[in-house]
Design a protein around this ligand. Structure first.
Ligand code: CP
Length: 315
């Protein structure tokens, strides 16, 4: 087994073999989902803590379900009603959880680098559930898993990421994983929402969605982050919809068997029409199901690595 790390902080520093190990380990977990008893004893006696400083539906619930399916004890910290509001620091909060014998802490935070900070200060394993604009590794992994499942390969696939690449940790994790596996990655969006140096990561940049969409195998639509509208990064939602919304008409320019993905939460009627979100090419709900299998694999592999003597620390 090629995964021997204490933490999962991002996909940038994982090699292809480690990512492949996670994907391969997720498959038997997904097979469990059709059984009447969807549980395995792999994490009996282990404590998993969800520490989310930002809202989440999919990732937090998915980690909770994944942990419970592996028979772990799960604790969810609602930071709004915790001692965080009294000024307790992130590291002190996490060390308090570790003092209660948390084995794995899953953190989502608005600031890039917070999972790494915890990984360096704690013996517990840390999983990054999204840190600022940096990475969302388990989303990148579940997207990769879904593409594998549907297209049977990654190498040579033309994958288009559309929208707010600048603020998207999902885009970053997708790019790191897909390029390691030989996919041809395109990004498309307004120039103000595409980082200037993104092409250095080996992706092709398009500002015209109708051009970008030609011949692609997969389209991964990113959420327009409405909370960033005050930054005036594009003139108006109306203009964004005109130029970058994924519509049935635009979809006709892609391959007939194109896969439509969205990490969620979706803004229907903005980055994607309901007609496209609900069409037979869309696998948005399957991504959610696959997210549980992939997160089970990550939890399982981290717990297994902790049993070994020589697992790789992040510091
Ligand atoms: N895709 C994703 O991270 O969704 P949540 O914000 O609901 O967790």
């Amino acid at each position: 087994m090629s995964f021997n790390r204490k933490d999962l902080l991002g996909l940038e520093h994982l090699d292809k073999t480690e990512i492949q190990t996670i994907i391969d380990s997720a498959r038997p977990f997904k097979n469990m989902f059709t059984r009447s008893i969807k549980k395995a004893p792999a994490l009996v006696g282990k404590t998993v803590v969800n520490l989310f400083y930002e809202p989440s539906t999919r990732t937090r619930t998915s980690f909770e379900v994944a942990s419970k399916r592996l028979s772990a004890d799960v604790v969810n910290i609602a930071t709004a009603t915790s001692s965080v509001v009294k000024g307790e620091s992130l590291v002190d909060t996490a060390k308090t959880l570790e003092a209660m014998k948390a084995d794995i802490i899953i953190i989502r935070h608005t600031l890039a680098g917070t999972p790494e900070l915890l990984a360096k200060n704690l013996n517990a394993s840390i999983i990054n559930a999204g840190d600022g604009f940096h990475e969302h590794p388990t989303q990148g992994l579940l997207d990769l898993y879904t593409m594998y499942e549907k297209k049977k390969k990654i190498e040579g696939l033309k994958v288009l990421l559309v929208g707010d690449i600048l603020h998207s940790r999902v885009a970053k994790s997708n790019i790191w994983a897909l390029t390691k596996f030989g996919a041809k990655v395109r990004v498309a969006g307004p120039p103000t929402l595409i980082p200037g140096k993104i092409s250095e990561l080996g992706v092709e940049v398009f500002y015209n969605l109708d051009e970008a969409i030609k011949d692609v195998d997969v389209i991964n639509i990113l959420r327009i982050q409405m909370e960033r509208q005050q930054e005036n990064l594009f003139p108006s939602i109306h203009e964004y919809v005109e130029l970058y919304q994924l519509t049935k008409e635009r979809l006709a320019k892609a391959k007939p068997d194109v896969l439509i993905m969205h990490p969620g939460p979706m803004n229907r009627g903005i980055e994607i029409t309901s007609e496209v979100a609900d069409c037979s090419s869309a696998v948005i709900n399957e991504q959610v199901t696959n997210g549980i299998a992939v997160r089970m694999a990550v939890l399982y592999l981290l717990a297994a690595a902790r049993k070994g003597e020589n697992y790789v620390h992040s510091n």
